[in-house]
Design a protein around this ligand. Structure first.
Ligand code: ADP
Ligand code: GLC
Length: 506
């Protein structure tokens, strides 16, 4: 099985969140099962610097619009992952994050930058490709590559079967109608059955409409997004495509996320040596200037600071947490209002609350290892990796019952604890009191060391590795490839509700 995996992020070189981790780990897991995988990714400066030795594959122009031509270059990671990089300095040689400049503003030509990723993916998966390596499956990830199946339908002759994975429905890649021609999409594609979305062009809608199959990154999220509450305006389309929509839970890379081998943490440990965890707590408290107090339950957060993550609920109860003797450490970057709010809290409670604004993989791991409790009060969460990293490090998560959080954390009811099944604390309502109540429950059990240890051990025993999910992807690839060549099922489109007017931010 030959798989072309198109992605805008690839950890550790280019990452804004979990997609980067998945894009690095899933292809490795698929390769371990014998699949022949190539990752297609823009040649950002970080990647070019990390891989100075590259071989030239081909050069191409994309006719019909104003997409720049580019070079395709090949390289391999030290462990044999095969990368195809799209080298187009005019689009990708920029300082800043993949989607935004250093001031957090979206690049104005993102439609061209990711139009090029999508169009190149489509060409490589088409009969027009002149390369000897031809994929059976084109696996697209999020809006940035989701225009590829539409390119295959409207501008090329499809050879590979197509799959679009939704990592986050909140980001849709919506641009003015004038971009259709610039992207080299023919006018007939600008239709409700094609790339059109309320008079604009939507990359994600186009992909969901035209791909052979759609997956989400947890089974629960696949159900949730078919409802108006979680559908971001696309629930109608997703309901109509529900026969070709399924959820496959993300895994984590258990080799690089391992408390027994993590070079970033002060003291390494496994489930049989959980007492070493306290060293990591002390060292985290010291590093961040918190009171060196073992008896204070330490709550950790590592997160993008956006409305998705429900951190407004946490900010609302931060003073109460301090009053009940807890400490809080937050690492995150994102919206200024959140950044300022947490910095202000840290300023008011310097020995009890620490807020670090920025992106720091080492500190993220120290928080996962050194905290007692890990918080993810998300309003929605397609999968979530943080809670799985926390459980692997014996840090007990408190999560809202949504998306993949509900699929991965077993609530600590007295019975579930007694049966050693409980792995965390789950609350339903997206409200500050509900979060506070869940944290209080967690702190109560934390004071009872033997029961707490059961929770920690149960979390550390979970198999969050990629093997099972990678096998599911392979089965799915096999079944959609068997049907490849046939046109995708005709979908009766319905106009989504007003929530669909929301704009994707990047
Ligand atoms: P999302 O993809 O929505 O951001 P996930 O839980 O799937 O959420 O993945 C987030 C990933 O990004 C995790 O690996 C987390 O540790 C990491 N991360 C988020 N913010 C930061 C940060 N400020 N510094 C370091 N790592 C971060
Ligand atoms: C997205 C989601 C997150 C998921 C990640 C990887 O960024 O917000 O829940 O874990 O993608 O699939």
């Amino acid at each position: 099985m030959r798989i072309l995996f198109a992605t805008p992020e690839l950890s550790p070189w280019v990452k804004t969140g979990g997609l980067g981790d998945v894009a690095a780990a899933l292809p490795r897991a698929l390769s371990a099962l014998g699949a022949d995988v190539r990752i297609l990714v823009p040649a950002y400066p970080g990647l070019l610097a990390a891989f100075p030795e590259r071989s030239f594959v081909t050069e191409f122009q994309h006719p019909g619009g104003r997409l720049y031509g580019a070079r395709l270059e090949y390289t391999e990671t030290a462990d044999g992952l095969k990368l195809w990089m799209i080298d187009c300095p005019a689009y990708y040689a920029r300082v800043g994050m993949p989607y935004q400049d250093e001031h957090g503003r979206d690049w104005p030509d993102n439609y061209l930058r990711f139009g090029l990723l999508s169009r190149t993916a489509a060409w490589l998966a088409s009969r027009e490709s002149t390369l000897p390596w031809q994929p059976d499956i084109l696996h697209c990830n999020d809006w940035q590559s989701a225009l590829a199946p539409a390119y295959l339908r409207y501008t090329l002759h499809g050879a590979a079967a197509t799959l679009v994975t939704i990592h986050n429905l909140a980001f849709q890649g919506i641009f003015p109608a004038s971009t259709v021609a610039e992207l080299g999409m023919p006018p007939e594609s600008f239709h409700i059955d094609g790339v059109e979305y309320y008079g604009s062009l939507s990359f994600l809608k186009a992909g969901l409409q035209t791909a052979d199959w759609i997956t989400t990154v947890s089974p629960n999220y696949a159900r949730e997004i078919q409802s108006p509450e979680y559908g971001f305006g696309l629930d109608g389309l997703l309901r109509h495509r529900s026969a070709r929509l399924s959820g496959i839970l993300n895994g984590i890379d258990t080799a690089t996320r391992d408390p027994a081998a993590d070079a970033y943490i002060r003291c390494r440990y496994d489930a049989a040596h959980l007492e070493c965890k306290i060293e990591n707590k002390r060292s985290l408290q010291a590093r961040l200037g918190l009171a060196l107090d073992e008896r204070a339950p330490l709550l950790g957060v590592v997160s993008r600071l956006t409305a998705q993550k429900g951190l407004d609920l946490l900010a609302a109860i931060a003073d109460d947490l301090v009053d009940c003797g807890a400490q809080l450490v937050l690492l995150g970057a994102g919206e200024h209002a959140f950044q300022d709010g947490f910095l202000d809290l840290a300023h008011r409670h310097p020995r009890r609350i620490a807020a670090v604004i920025g992106y720091d993989d080492g500190l993220a791991r120290q928080i996962e290892a050194g905290s007692d409790i890990f918080l993810m009060p998300s309003r929605f969460e397609p999968c979530g990796l943080g809670q799985m990293y926390a459980m692997r490090y014996g840090t007990v998560p408190v999560v809202r019952a949504t998306g993949g959080l509900a699929d991965t954390v077993v609530d600590a009811s007295p019975r579930a604890i007694a049966e050693s099944r409980a792995t965390g604390f789950v609350f339903a309502e997206a409200s500050a009191p509900a979060l506070m109540q869940a944290i209080r429950r967690a702190i109560e059990v934390w004071h009872d060391a033997p029961r707490w240890r059961r929770l920690q051990e149960a979390g550390m025993r979970q198999d969050f590795g990629w093997a099972a999910s990678a096998r599911r992807y392979l089965e799915l690839y096999g079944s959609i490839a068997a049907g490849a060549g046939a046109p995708p099922a005709r979908v009766v489109p319905i106009k989504p509700g007003p929530a669909g007017r929301r704009r994707a931010r990047h």
